[in-house]
Design a protein around this ligand. Structure first.
Ligand code: ZN
Ligand code: ZN
Ligand code: FE
Length: 756
């Protein structure tokens, strides 16, 4: 049959997030409804379409493609070419083709409304099925081994579809068409509960979930296998259970995330703004850091001493069923040992955390790529991602130009994530974590392997930090020594923070940046961390920083804010004067300790110089009597914030500058005389905000960038943003990527993209 002479034929190549998101059935349905013929297929590069018919129908098809693609899709570009008419019969979806892989992997997606409706429908064959999913929801990244994203390339390969599921899978009009993890009671994964002294219960019935829920209600700790790994779960309203979890896990104070059965339940524990609610309900379902509510049913040990709490809603059918069965909020924290990677299989869980858990709720769908929960907060009415993992990552961003080089940026040592740039894309891996210990480093290498496999990627350029002691630096140096070695580029840590913000906003021009964080290796060998940089994509000038102080005991000072305060006192007073100073920081030591530490300080023994804003927060927390030792990095910032809550319009302390060096001594002296810790805390943050605004006014005309982990402090960020806006100064911070060290790889890649 020959086509009518009025027909035309188009060849379209669609790039972006177009696989595993229902793109082909969408194309199919549009084509069929418009009476067009041709075919659509997936390959490593995205989606290919050949389509023919009358020009008006083709135009309508292209409009639909551009204007309302499927909800999870993101089209980065369409290459369009007119080709000779072939007179196809009807429209078909062709089998996937292998090939050079540049299609983006979609992150895992929370349960959608349509599936939740089916889950609750007693007539539906998947009524209360804990693995229900469709093209719009369910696991993606965590189950894929290779691209393209097709069932044989995922851990669903082990499950042969039953005829009913297969019919849905193969029907282009069905919402489960090519939903790779599709399954049901007859053919899908199975839940099993393992517990000491109790026979394992198997099968998908309510019995298993109910049994796990009963244990949680009775105060036990149950490990639950989710999308990207296991959670440790216990009753969040049971102080004893939470304390037991902390003791067994040896996690004294770091806040624990809480999963709630419903939004109404979240509201009983937190005071939410509109931006918080939007974030909690967003498709990515991040752990959202919000303000606690008085009289919350959540046990105090969940987030001791601070006024924030991390909350989230169930994001898989299994979590939903479990939370409804428990009927209370539960602690749901990544199953790992202190800062090790999240555990993904029961064998490892029992080996490492056997002493922590009372029972394990397991299932037999393998997790191929581990992925933690994401963490985000709303600040200044905007979303600030704090950790990009499940739901957000892998995150791909289209580049504004095409790069001829393949660039691998290995990130920082803490909150590590890696970035890849090639062609017209930049891909940010999910959060890998702190690279301390062998397991964490193996996880780093495994993640690198995953991304190299996905994209058939071998780097021409590797970018790392300046810090000679970072695991990532050593890895990069070793890689650069091999035959056919890629080029090695090093980017200073705080400059990389600034570049990350520039990358997110697509900027190359000159900015005035405030990079405030814990510590990073400075160009001069000291530990920086409150840097004022005038920077563009080619380099930076350090125009301001704090007067340096010593970190007594190096790493030890990070866990003991009192050591930072003491070192600053040594800068200003004699040891005898320090000994007679009335301050919580001084009282936190024995007199003999102060003498020993002074000897260490005066000889510079294991007492590196630092100019870090994070450490300045430590000193303020110590001098205000809020914290002398801390259980996690950033704790003193949160305590200072909590103390300052409700203390409005605080007067900044004097903070004089000479040649760009800001002197904290007058502030330190004033703090010693302060009576109320709330006032100290509020005035301290007002001082930093005032420093930022004063400096920005001197550099008027340059857009201001605020970056670095210290700006996770919402009070400081909001104070700086509103003061800058009041002065009419443009101010940028990250909304798509973490402004903490999780963003370093992005900044490193942005540098290499413009300089290699
Ligand atoms: Zn769904
Ligand atoms: Zn089935
Ligand atoms: Fe940093």
């Amino acid at each position: 049959m020959s086509a009518p002479s009025t027909s035309e034929r188009l060849r379209l190549r669609v790039a972006g997030i177009v696989q595993g998101v229902g793109f082909r059935p969408f194309v199919y349905q549009q084509a069929v409804s418009l009476g067009l013929s041709g075919f659509v297929f997936n390959d490593g590069g995205g989606v290919g379409i050949e389509i023919e018919g009358p020009p008006e129908a083709l135009a309508a098809f292209e409009r639909a493609l551009n204007e309302h693609p499927p909800p999870l899709a993101r089209i980065d570009g369409v290459r369009r070419e007119a080709v000779p008419v072939r007179g196809d019969n009807g429209f078909v979806i062709r089998r996937s083709e292998a090939g050079s892989a540049s299609a983006m992997v979609s992150p895992d997606v929370a349960l959608c409304d349509a599936c939740e409706t089916e889950l609750r429908d007693p007539e539906n064959r998947r009524y209360r099925y804990p693995f229900i999913n469709c093209t719009d929801c369910g696991p993606r990244y965590t189950i894929v081994e290779h691209l393209p994203y097709d069932r044989p390339n995922t851990s669903m390969e082990a499950f042969a579809m039953c005829p009913a599921c297969e019919a849905e899978y193969n029907d282009p009009a069905n919402r489960r068409y090519h939903a790779q993890p599709v399954s049901c009671y007859d053919c899908g994964p199975v839940l099993t509960l393992y517990a000491e002294g109790e026979k394992r219960e198997s099968g998908n019935g309510e019995a298993v979930i109910d049994a796990a829920a009963r244990r949680i209600r009775e105060g036990e700790i149950v490990a639950v296998k989710g999308l990207g790994g296991f959670h440790l779960v216990c009753d969040a309203t049971d102080e004893t259970a939470v304390r037991t979890l902390r003791e067994r896990k040896r996690r004294p104070s770091k806040p624990l995330a809480v999963m709630f059965p419903s939004m109404a339940s979240v509201e009983t524990a937190a005071r939410l703004g509109e931006a918080d609610r939007r974030l909690i309900l967003s498709r990515e379902r991040p752990v959202t850091v919000v303000t606690k509510r008085e009289g919350s049913p959540v046990a105090p040990s969940v987030a001791p001493g601070i006024d924030r709490i991390g909350v989230f809603l169930p994001y898989t059918p299994l979590h939903l069923l479990l939370l409804e069965a428990v009927g209370r909020p539960v602690v749901a924290t990544s199953a790992n040992l202190s800062d090790e990677p999240i555990i993904t299989d029961r064998e490892t869980l029992e080996r490492k955390l056997g002493h922590v858990v009372d029972a394990v709720l397991d299932h037999d769908r393998a997790i191929l790529n581990a992925c933690d929960d994401s963490v985000a907060a709303a600040a200044a009415g905007k979303r600030v991602p704090l950790r990009m993992a499940r739901g957000y990552a892998p995150a791909s961003r289209p580049l504004p130009f095409e790069t001829g080089k393949k660039i691998l940026a290995v990130g920082a040592n803490q909150k590590n994530a890696v970035a890849l740039a090639f062609g017209k894309q930049l891909v940010l891996s999910p959060h890998i974590g702190d690279l301390v210990g062998l397991d964490a480093f193996e996880y780093f290498e495994r993640t690198l392997g995953t991304f190299r496999r996905f994209y058939d990627f071998s780097p021409d350029v590797i970018v790392c930090d300046l810090h000679p002691g970072y695991e990532t630096t050593r890895w990069a140096e070793a890689a650069a020594k091999r035959p056919d070695a890629p080029a090695l580029v090093r980017v200073q840590h705080h400059y990389a923070h600034v570049l990350a913000c520039m990358a997110e906003h697509g900027m190359t021009q000159k900015v005035l940046a405030f990079a405030f964080d814990g510590t990073g290796y400075g160009g001069d060998g000291t530990l920086w961390g409150a840097e004022v940089l005038v920077a563009d994509v080619h380099g930076f000038e350090r125009v301001g920083h704090l007067r340096p102080f010593r970190l007594l005991g190096g790493e030890k000072a990070v866990r003991e804010p009192r050591r930072v305060a003491l070192a600053m006192l040594f800068e200003c007073f004699s040891p005898e004067e320090v000994l007679t100073t009335e301050s919580p920081a001084v009282r936190a030591f024995e007199a003999s300790e102060i003498r020993t530490l002074h000897a260490m300080w005066s000889r510079g023994l294991n007492a590196p110089w630092s100019s870090s804003a994070g450490r300045l927060f430590d000193a303020a927390a110590s001098l205000a009597g809020l914290a002398q030792t801390v259980g996690y990095e950033g704790e003193s910032g949160l305590l200072v914030e909590a103390a300052a809550a409700g203390c409005r319009d605080a007067e900044p302390y004097a903070f004089p500058e000479k040649e760009g060096v800001a002197d904290w001594e007058p502030m330190l002296r004033a703090m010693l005389a302060e009576k109320d810790p709330a006032v100290t805390a509020a005035r301290f943050m007002a001082t930093l905000a005032a420093w930022i605004v004063r400096t920005a006014k001197r550099h008027r005309g340059l857009p201001v960038v605020l970056t670095g982990g210290v700006f996770q402090n919402r009070t400081l960020l909001e104070a700086a943003v509103s003061a800058l806006e009041a002065e009419g100064i443009d101010c940028l911070f990250q909304r798509e990527t973490p402004l903490n060290d999780g963003g370093i790889a992005l900044g490193q890649a942005w540098y290499a993209l413009h300089n290699e």
